[in-house]
Design a protein around this ligand. Structure first.
Ligand SMILES: NC(=O)c1ccc[n+]([C@@H]2O[C@H](COP(=O)([O-])OP(=O)(O)OC[C@H]3O[C@@H](n4cnc5c(N)ncnc54)[C@H](OP(=O)(O)O)[C@@H]3O)[C@@H](O)[C@H]2O)c1
Length: 170
């Protein structure tokens, strides 16, 4: 099973503001749905709160929290990132949906990053970690202009962990 990070980040790394996404990108939402449909997804409790405390349809939705009394009807609760990954066992790919706190802790477990790079310097209070080019190789890049359905121009960037490529060749 591969653990894949799925995120959208501005050029200054911003991914959120006041527990919301600071943009509307319709094309990104369509891709998000297509990539994740049928797969396990996990996210931090604050991100789950921000999407209305509802599991994503068609995707077993795991919420990571340290609170023993947190209620998330229809979702699965995990006490750690490791538990969320273990609960996804048997799936071919599990998606790490963030937010900033979860991304910051879980880069080492990920084998792939699907990043939507939003072309703007955008104010916010949540950021994506640095993607170290010694550890991650850009394998695909697809640019899109802004239009009536997308607030900013953006590029879909797919990264793969370099160690995984080496192992595959060995
Ligand atoms: N652009 C994007 O791709 C994207 C994606 C997702 C989210 N976002 C944005 O990111 C922001 C939210 O990020 P955030 O950093 O504030 O919160 P977050 O990462 O969504 O959630 C943090 C919460 O997760 C739980 N948690 C974190 N680490 C844990 C661990 N090791 N073990 C157990 N529980 C753990 C804790 O919940 P408890 O407090 O309940 O214990 C913590 O308060 C929002 O602005 C959102 O819109 C953007």
């Amino acid at each position: 099973m591969i653990v894949s990070i799925l995120a959208a980040a501005a050029e200054n790394g911003v991914i959120g503001r006041e527990n919301r996404l600071p943009w509307h990108l319709r094309t990104d939402l369509v891709r998000f749905r297509k990539l994740t449909m049928g797969h396990h997804v996990f996210m931090g409790r604050k991100t789950f709160d921000s999407i209305g405390k509802k599991p994503l349809a068609g995707r077993p939705t795991i919420v990571i929290t340290r609170q023993s009394s947190y209620l998330a009807p229809g979702a699965i609760l995990a006490r750690s990132i490791e538990e969320a990954i273990a609960l996804s066992a048997g799936d071919s790919e599990v998606f790490n949906l963030g937010g900033a706190d979860i991304f910051a802790q879980s880069m080492p477990q990920a084998g792939r990053i699907y990043l939507t790079r939003v072309h703007g310097m955008i104010d916010g209070d949540a950021r994506f970690p640095f993607i170290d080019p010694r550890q991650w190789r850009l394998v695909c890049s697809e640019a899109h202009p802004a239009d009536e359905k997308n607030d900013y121009p953006f590029t879909f960037e797919d990264y793969e962990r370099i160690e995984l490529e080496r192992e595959a060749r060995a």
